[in-house]
Ligand binder design. Structure first.
Ligand SMILES: [Mg+2]
Length: 266
């Protein structure tokens, strides 16, 4: 979402409105896919009037609103109006690993779970209401590492040894399962095909602007890189399908590329 459907600086969705309206009219589902938590996305969905399924925490779980599919998807659980399919161990699993790491790395890090909302605000720069939603992680644990770089690389190795995938981002190390947006997209496409007994899978178009979008851009039939004002487009090794790159940033690029595609569709 960030930097793709939403403007990198202003979070505006406005330039994408024409194509969002077109896709709604044509009954093409738009699936917000994000590293954010379910709690954060629920607030955004309402704000931006997006009402379909969505993928959270970098592909750790897929949420499907009641009534979208005719049947309960295999392995999904009912959660407050949605079928939720998780592709990762729950947060508790990662918290136990963090607890064990505390013994080997005393006073070298602090996890979200041990931080107050005001500490999270200070570390992330988020206002309190947003920090509270960001803290409601269900499938991983961000830790702020305060030790030196040698300790940090030992910490990462120890976490990996215990089965965690470690993503480095800003001031945080994120301990989570081996998930990505591409695996989640594949699950949703396969499930969609099954649920509606389609003879062939629907065509998928993925749009993204950064490294955590690569697996999704590679998985989709059509991967579209959206230009970012702050970084180079991600390097995508697409072995099948089509890879395109927008000429405009964020939601303007999103609208431009989908408008082109649907206008020129065979
Ligand atoms: Mg993004």
């Amino acid at each position: 979402m960030d930097g793709t459907l939403l403007d990198h600086h202003t979070y505006s969705i406005e330039p994408a409105r024409p194509m969002l309206a077109y896709l709604k009219h044509e009954q093409v589902p738009v699936i917000p896919t994000t590293s954010k938590t379910c709690a954060e996305l629920l607030a955004l969905r309402e704000h931006y009037q997006l009402d379909g399924p969505f993928i959270v925490e970098n592909g750790a779980a897929i949420y499907i609103p009641h009534g979208f599919f005719p049947h309960k998807p295999a392995g999904a659980v009912w959660s407050d109006g949605y079928w939720c399919k998780s592709l990762s161990s729950p947060r508790l699993h990662w918290l136990k690993i963090v607890d064990r790491l505390k013994k080997d790395f005393p006073n070298s890090f602090i996890g979200f779970n041990d931080m107050s909302v005001s500490e999270i605000c200070e570390a992330t720069g988020l206002p309190p209401a947003d920090a509270e939603l960001a803290a409601q992680r269900q499938y991983g644990e961000p830790v702020m590492f305060t030790g030196d770089s040698e300790q940090k690389s030992r910490f990462i190795q120890a976490a990996q040894h215990r089965g965690a995938t470690v993503l480095e981002g800003g001031r945080f190390l994120h301990l989570c399962g081996d998930v990505n947006k591409g695996i989640a997209l594949k699950w949703l496409t396969d499930t969609y095909t099954q649920q509606f007994a389609l003879a062939q899978a629907p065509t998928t178009i993925a749009l993204g602007d950064s490294g955590n979008d690569i697996a999704m851009l590679e998985q989709a039939d059509i991967g579209i890189r959206i230009l970012s004002p702050t970084r180079q487009p991600p390097v995508v090794n697409k072995t099948s399908g089509l890879l395109l790159t927008s000429s405009r940033y964020g939601p303007e690029g999103w609208n431009e590329m989908l408008d082109d595609y649907f206008k020129n569709m065979p």
